[in-house]
Design a protein around this ligand. Structure first.
Ligand SMILES: Nc1ncnc2c1ncn2[C@@H]1O[C@H](COP(=O)(O)OP(=O)(O)O)[C@@H](O)[C@H]1O
Ligand SMILES: [Mg+2]
Length: 337
């Protein structure tokens, strides 16, 4: 069996706030295999970005703290290495693309300067060679006249082109892992699909593993090998792309499917919508965190936090009633599909 490239175990990241302790990520475990495309989905506030920031060790102390857990990468726990060692990993071996390119691109430097700086930080090349690598990186993301555009400033690019620049920057050092956090959320649907396609094709060409974070299940449909669904700091369901889209098990996933727009199909699927609002991760209910919004909750759900478990012929789910719900969900998905 192939070893995982990145292995997250029992990660918990909390923030101290005036209102109390925010349990943003509360005991998640998952593996990323070499070259895998893993989708991470969930409503806003479910802990997706904090998961990514924890892996990259970008959680800001003293308010933010990774309280337990390990992130194993090539036999090393990234949460235990020195900041200098981490700096070499960040950008070089594990790169991250953020939602809003304007917050990660510096407006006062040209795109070329920023690309060249990243490339020189992680690769043993002189400035002239770094410029060539940078021009190639822009050309790889299909920016016309790449060599000339190196001298332009971020504001001279359109939103979609800026996001391409971010992808170029993320991939410029040939990382083994690319974490893309809502990389296309600010763009229109057509541009989103083009950029997603481009990013995943480039990653596949290079064998880069991708963690694709999004609040929109439609974005990962057809693009990812595996998908995990987050709710209130935990993972409630995980499976192959087909498990999640054709054999969903958790009522929450079911609800997400009901409210999505698919990028890979014209068809709109309407199944079920989720009532209520996501819980505050300060005062989490005992038992299942989804219980207050769940139509199928029982007394057991109020008392016992369901753990992720594998269901025969399905993916993994954290629901006490997966077996009983299975028939109902299959019927509803079948009827809509
Ligand atoms: N710096 C911070 N200080 C306090 N709370 C935070 C901070 N960053 C994130 N959180 C909280 O952690 C939870 C998870 O946030 P986040 O991971 O950003 O969600 P999302 O799934 O939308 O990416 C939210 O409740 C958010 O308000
Ligand atoms: Mg986020």
């Amino acid at each position: 069996m192939t070893e995982p490239l990145l292995s997250v175990k029992d990660l918990r990241t909390y923030f101290s706030t005036e209102e109390g302790i925010v349990r943003a990520v509360d005991g998640i475990s998952f593996d990323l295999m070499p070259g895998e495309r893993l989708g991470v989905v969930g409503e806003s506030g479910s802990g997706k970005s904090v998961t990514a920031m924890s892996i990259m060790r970008l959680v800001e102390p003293p308010a933010g703290e990774i309280v337990t857990g390990t992130v194993t990468y090539h036999g090393r726990n990234l949460l235990a290495i020195t900041e200098d060692e981490m700096r070499a990993v960040r950008g070089g071996q594990i790169a991250m693309i953020f939602q809003d390119p304007m917050t990660s691109l510096n407006p006062v430097y040209t795109v070329g300067d920023q690309l060249i700086e990243t490339i020189m930080l992680h690769q043993d090349v002189n400035k002239r060679d770094a410029r060539n690598v940078a021009a190639q990186a822009l050309s790889d993301v299909q920016i016309p006249n790449a060599a000339d555009r190196l001298d332009d400033y971020p504001h001279q690019f359109s939103g979609g082109m800026r996001q391409r620049v971010m992808i170029a920057m993320g991939l410029s050092c040939n990382p083994e892992v690319l974490i893309a956090d809502e990389p296309t959320t600010a763009l229109d649907v057509t541009t989103q699909a083009q950029i997603m396609d481009l990013m995943l094709r480039l990653a596949a060409d290079r064998g880069t593993a991708v963690i694709l974070i999004t609040h929109d299940l439609g974005v990962v449909a057809g693009f990812c090998d595996n998908v995990q669904v987050m709710y209130a700091g935990g993972i409630v369901e995980r499976g192959s792309n087909d498990d999640i889209f054709y054999r969903p098990q958790h009522p929450y996933t079911w609800g997400l499917l009901g409210s999505m727009t698919r990028l890979d199909e014209e068809q709109q699927v309407r199944l079920h919508s989720i009532r209520g609002a996501p819980p505050s991760v300060i005062d989490l209910p005992d038992g299942c965190r989804f219980r207050p919004r769940c139509d199928f909750a029982t007394d057991r759900c109020a008392q016992e936090l369901p753990l992720l478990r594998k269901i025969e012929g399905r993916g993994e789910v954290a629901c006490h009633h997966a077996e009983e719900l299975d028939l109902e969900i299959t019927r509803a998905v079948g009827a809509a599909g």
